[in-house]
Design a protein. Structure first.
Length: 269
């Protein structure tokens, strides 16, 4: 009589160690990785009469999949989970451009076999024979500009953050851009901040055990009197942070939102 063990599922939201299950009936290991999302950029703080751009939305991380024969893997494998990149800090000095969002330590990986890098394709190590890859690219963040642009849609991976609102030479303000929608779950990105208001975090985010990518954070709105709005944080897993809004000298620009954290899911069958 044949025996088929129940799948062994290990879900990592922080870096750790995967231990190979001992049951000899297990044959293969499926790994899903999403890296951390990039932080959104902060907006410019500039003089009246000049164009001030909002910060760009952060890029997102792809979902990357690999299937391996269990015999090719070590007894333990190091699992690295990417953290979300930090958003650019609000600008507190007059006539200064915004800071770029961070993308430090955002890569998620499983040993040397598989990795998901922010806003790029995951890749595997050499010499493992029968691994299979099906990378799904996350959405790019909106570029910095006078009008906040929506983040792009992420397919399976994370989605891009919305751009921050800018100020025109005739002192017209604008809302930020909406965070990128996540497909296929149809989770909406974070709402855009109106003029002078912060962008929102996505209303629905993935919880532990759910490998769906996160939607992007909303971009913050610009302001000519008072502080501009900050970008919203990206959703888990791997959503980009929203860009911050631009401001006028004498008031702070909007900070960029942080990127959503990554994850690694390992399923042994």
């Amino acid at each position: 009589m044949s025996y088929t063990p129940q799948p062994n599922v290990q879900f990592f939201t922080a870096s750790g160690t995967w231990t190979k299950p001992l049951d000899p009936a297990y044959k293969e290991v499926e790994v899903l990785c999403i890296g951390g999302g990039q932080g959104g950029g902060s907006g410019r703080r500039g003089a009246t009469g000049g164009i001030r751009s909002g910060g760009g939305g952060g890029g997102s991380a792809p979902l990357v999949r690999g299937v391996f024969s269990i015999t090719t893997l070590a007894t333990t494998e190091t699992v690295t989970v990417g953290v979300g990149g930090l958003g650019g800090a609000a600008i507190t000095v007059d006539t200064t451009n915004g800071d770029a969002g961070g993308a430090v330590n955002v890569t998620s990986s499983f040993g040397s076999w598989l990795r998901s890098r922010n806003n790029g394709f995951g890749s595997g190590g050499g010499g493992f024979g029968n691994a299979m890859f099906a990378p799904a690219t996350g959405g790019a963040g909106a570029a910095a500009g006078t009008v906040g642009v929506a983040g792009s849609v992420g397919y399976a991976g994370g989605s891009g953050g919305g751009g921050g609102g800018g100020v025109t030479a005739v002192e017209a303000v604008s809302a930020g851009g909406t965070g990128g929608l996540h497909d296929p779950t149809a989770r909406a990105g974070g709402a855009a901040g109106a003029a002078g208001a912060a962008g929102a975090v996505p209303a629905v985010v993935s919880a532990s055990g759910d490998p769906s990518g996160g939607a992007g954070g909303g971009g913050g709105g610009s302001a000519v009197a008072g502080a501009a709005g900050a970008g919203g944080n990206g959703g888990t897993w791997g959503g980009g942070g929203g860009g911050g809004g631009a401001s006028t000298n004498g008031s702070n620009s909007g900070a960029g939102g942080n990127g959503g954290a990554g994850m690694v899911m390992v399923i042994t069958r």
